[in-house]
Design a protein around this ligand. Structure first.
Ligand code: AMP
Length: 122
């Protein structure tokens, strides 16, 4: 499976500094920022800085350093935002059309702060 990367997507533009973001955490390989249309009191997007389209693309092609950096960034955000110690959270990674992925740069949504309902709707 190929994963052609479109570097005009909005997260690529954020990474190039062309549009602003509300940064939550930045590390060598990872950026996290608040979602512009939050679905819950906490709604953070975590993205790798590398050009990966989907979760499987990232897991298959990213270096071990990128993967570890990304995973540790998620853990830091969960700790610093109190997600791990609180009432829980949901991590979501949409990929492709059936999942409704709007931005073709891999990202994990971390959502928390209210009851989140069933895992899947519709
Ligand atoms: P997805 O449907 O999984 O691709 O999610 C894309 C997410 O990106 C949505 O929750 C949008 O609200 C969010 N989003 C789009 N543009 C921006 C932006 N400029 N800054 C922050 N979040 C954004």
């Amino acid at each position: 499976m190929t994963h052609p990367y479109d570097d005009t997507n909005v997260f690529a533009r954020i990474l190039r500094g062309e549009i602003p973001n509300a940064t939550v955490l930045e590390t060598e390989h990872t950026l996290a920022f608040d979602d512009i249309t939050p679905q819950a009191p906490v709604h953070v997007l975590v993205i790798p800085k590398g050009p990966y389209v989907t979760y499987d693309h990232f897991c298959a092609q990213a270096s071990e350093a990128e993967i570890v950096d990304f995973a540790r960034a998620v853990a830091r955000i969960c700790d610093e935002r109190g997600l791990a110690a609180g009432e829980g959270f949901r991590a979501i990674a949409n990929a492709g059309g059936h999942a409704g992925q709007e931005v073709p740069h891999f990202h994990v949504h971390l959502v928390a702060g209210r009851p989140l309902g069933p895992m899947l709707a519709g």
